[in-house]
Design a protein around this ligand. Structure first.
Ligand code: PBG
Length: 345
């Protein structure tokens, strides 16, 4: 064994990851006691890391279970306000709202997306009016509003990019005027971040944050979400002409670089756990706030196994969330947010 005369600085490229050998070195010494494990732990998870996605429905005092997401309910606007208060009380910094739009309002041109009185806009206004101190993240995409369940406008069997971006810009302005703090474009159209940023600046909304779903994959793990927002049964075909190929990793860096250049403040990698390598590469390469989305299918898998008694739910939840932090994420969208925040207290 060779002992270097002086140890390289922490984090330096040449730093030996381990110096020495057994028995002088026994890795288990630091793990012997709880206090010691806490002392040497490299990453921590707290309520501050969580964003809670919520599904909105029409009505009053209405809550309706999502079959494929046990424990998750769609909530009417008044109950969304209560959920927001719960988030505030638990120290969860932000909620993300997704509408389950009345099927009658879903059209080819997605016009309900630009209605200032649509469900997410009303929910956003209600939370703001109640004075609840949580950030509100609103998705920018057309899938809750189209008759075919796609995130963009479908013309002759093709998702039209630039026509869609024009609608997304109008949707963004309507959402910001309703009180959205963070816009999260999840549609994967080219050029939408730049177009939205220009429109925000022109309208004087210079402080609105854009959290871009920069690396969003065409994933099988979104199934339960589509049940929750009611787009699943409508979806014709798949989203592979706009969402990314799960085979690609370098391409994610290019998507991120473009979105940052166009004015994104923060990024999302979506899905989460199966794409931890992307979280790592993105956070390490760009050093900007990078969020992971533990998507509906990941939630469903954990809950199904826990339901069968095959997993200890609480430990599996906290371990999966900590994994995002270890991979370099600033925070995580998770349907477990309130439960995890309680566990972490
Ligand atoms: C809508 C959207 C989706 C998700 C976030 N925003 C689904 C999709 O693109 O089909 C995934 C969230 C989840 O599965 O929990 N564009």
């Amino acid at each position: 064994m060779t002992i270097p005369k002086s140890f390289p600085a922490r984090g330096a490229a040449s730093a030996p990851s381990a110096v020495g050998s057994y028995p002088a070195v026994r890795m288990r010494r630091n793990r012997r006691a709880d206090w010691s494990r806490r002392l040497v732990s490299e990453h921590t998870l707290s309520a501050d890391d969580l964003i809670w996605p919520l599904f909105v429905i029409e009505g009053e005092r209405r809550h309706e279970p999502v079959a494929s997401m046990p424990g998750v309910e769609r909530l009417s606007v008044d109950l969304i306000v209560e959920a927001a208060r719960e988030a505030e009380g638990l120290g969860i910094p932000a909620i993300a709202l997704f509408p389950n739009t009345d099927p009658k309002l879903r059209t080819d041109d997605a016009r309900e997306a630009v209605n200032p009185d649509n469900l997410v806009c009303r929910a956003t206004r209600a939370v703001k009016k109640a004075g609840v101190d949580v950030g509100i993240v609103l998705d920018v995409a057309l899938d809750p509003y189209t008759s075919h369940g796609h995130d963009g406008l479908l013309v002759d069997g093709e998702i039209r990019n630039d026509e869609t971006v024009a609608v997304l810009v109008r949707q963004s302005l309507v959402q910001v005027e309703a009180g959205a703090d963070i816009l999260a474009p999840s549609d994967m159209m080219d050029g939408r971040i730049g177009a939205i940023r220009r429109a925000l600046e022109d309208a004087g909304h210079t402080g609105t944050q854009i959290m871009s779903y920069a690396a969003k994959y065409a994933s099988a793990f979104y199934g339960p979400f589509r049940d929750a927002v009611g787009s699943g049964g409508l979806l014709k075909g798949d989203k592979r002409t706009y969402q990314m190929d799960p085979a690609n990793s370098d391409e994610a860096l290019r998507e991120v670089a473009l979105d940052l250049a166009e004015g994104a403040d923060m990024l999302i990698v979506n899905p989460g756990l199966p794409y931890l390598d992307i979280v790592r590469r993105v956070s390490e390469t760009f050093r900007v706030p990078t969020f992971a989305y533990q998507v509906s299918g990941e939630y469903a898998m954990l809950m199904a196994a826990a339901d069968k008694g095959w997993l200890d739910a609480d430990n599996a939840i906290l371990e999966s969330l900590l994994a995002f932090k270890r991979a370099g994420a600033s925070g995580v969208f998770t349907y477990f947010a309130p439960h995890a925040a309680k566990l972490l207290r």
